[in-house]
Ligand binder design. Structure first.
Ligand code: IPM
Ligand code: MN
Length: 352
């Protein structure tokens, strides 16, 4: 019995989560596994009503689950940063979800802004370090609010953090068995401490994976190649900030936020899967938002809990819906409503 915590969150989060759960149920019936869910109301509305972003027990409570399904965090009436730091980043850190896994996969029939590139060209995975770098909050102000103000924001990189991230990426590259190439994305020409350590760590870990070709690209060049020759990539490993940036670029070349999913993974603990597009508040309750990103998050969640067959069914059903049904990935332009898209994927899973 898989125990799944569900955090629908803000804006269109609950709508896309509903469709994700619909597909989860269809997959469970078809593949024959059992699960139970518990829903938490954490998000902007609860914060505005109670003044609390997360109850103090949140992380401990979540540790009792096998996995977490998150909708979206972000509310138009809450100052930017409060919910993101107080919920999303807080959970990533508290649950030590040290990997942020973002597949950049162009499904059939999905429009990409890259001319002459298709699903066979755009299919790689970014492994983003998820607990260190510029995201730790280390730093501070001096003489704040004066003309002599100083602001320092430090990038914290630990040998252990880089090593476990690189190791995860090498393992994943081996498991994918595609080009068997792992690219470290860094900035060794300028960030001569942080990426010096990353690069040394990367090559040391590489010794345990003689079947994988280690490769390197600066982050600016990575952006260039992602647009010009995305087929060169198999798996990319990088730090937290660079990973944040290049995965939004990745989401765009795979067809936009309507389809992009990600996982916050603690391979030894509790992982959390989410559509990466945010809460899109202006589309709330209009039944127009694309639920495929949330459904793709369910697909990743199923892989993580070891339900490979179910994950595969969902992946194929998504491809069928994008390839044969949807007109566009954009909210309001799919040719179907949110619930209809969920119904179609669930139906294809059941028929799969
Ligand atoms: C993401 C988001 C978050 C991040 C924000 C909302 C804090 O952009 O998941 O990529 O920067 O990690
Ligand atoms: Mn981001």
């Amino acid at each position: 019995m898989h125990k799944i915590a569900v955090i629908p969150g803000d804006g269109t989060g609950p709508e896309v989560v509903r469709e994700g759960l619909k597909v989860l149920e269809a997959a469970a019936q078809k593949a024959g596994f059992k699960y139970e869910t518990q829903t938490y109301d954490w998000g902007g509305d609860r914060y505005l009503a109670t003044g609390e972003v997360l109850p103090p027990s949140a992380a401990d409570e979540l540790k009792q689950f096998n996995v977490i399904f998150l909708g979206a965090i972000g509310h138009p009436d809450v100052k930017p940063g409060i919910l993101e730091k107080g919920i999303l980043l807080a959970l990533r850190f508290a649950l030590d979800q040290y990997i942020n896994l973002r597949p950049v996969k162009l499904y059939p029939g999905v429009w990409t802004p890259l001319k002459d590139k298709g699903p066979e060209d755009i299919d790689f995975v970014v492994v983003r370090e998820n607990t260190e770098g510029l995201y730790t909050g280390a730093g501070g102000f001096l003489k704040k609010g004066t003309p002599d103000e100083v602001a320092v924001q430090e990038s914290i990189n630990t040998r252990k953090g880089a090593e476990r991230c690189c190791r995860y990426a090498f393992e994943l590259t081996r498991k994918r068995n595609k080009h068997n190439k792992l690219t470290l994305c860094g900035k060794t020409n300028v960030l001569t401490y942080a990426f010096d350590m990353w690069e040394r760590t990367f090559h040391e870990v590489a010794k345990d994976y003689p079947d994988i070709t280690p490769d390197y690209a600066h982050v600016d060049a990575t952006c260039m190649w992602m647009v010009k020759n995305p087929e060169w990539f198999d798996v990319i490993v990088t730090d937290n900030m660079f990973g944040d940036i290049i995965t939004d670029l990745g989401a765009m070349i795979q067809g936009g936020m309507g389809i992009a999913a990600g996982g916050n993974i603690n391979p030894e603990g509790v992982s959390m899967f989410e559509p990466i597009g945010g809460s899109a508040p202006k589309y709330t309750n209009m039944n127009v938002i694309n639920p495929l990103a949330a459904i793709a998050a369910v697909q990743m969640l199923l892989e993580e809990i070891g339900e490979r067959k179910a994950a595969d069914l969902v992946d194929k059903a998504i491809a069928k819906v994008t390839g044969e049904k949807l007109k566009s990935m954009a909210a309001g332009r799919m040719g179907y409503s949110t619930t209809e898209v969920g119904d179609m994927v669930a139906k294809f899973v059941a028929e799969g």
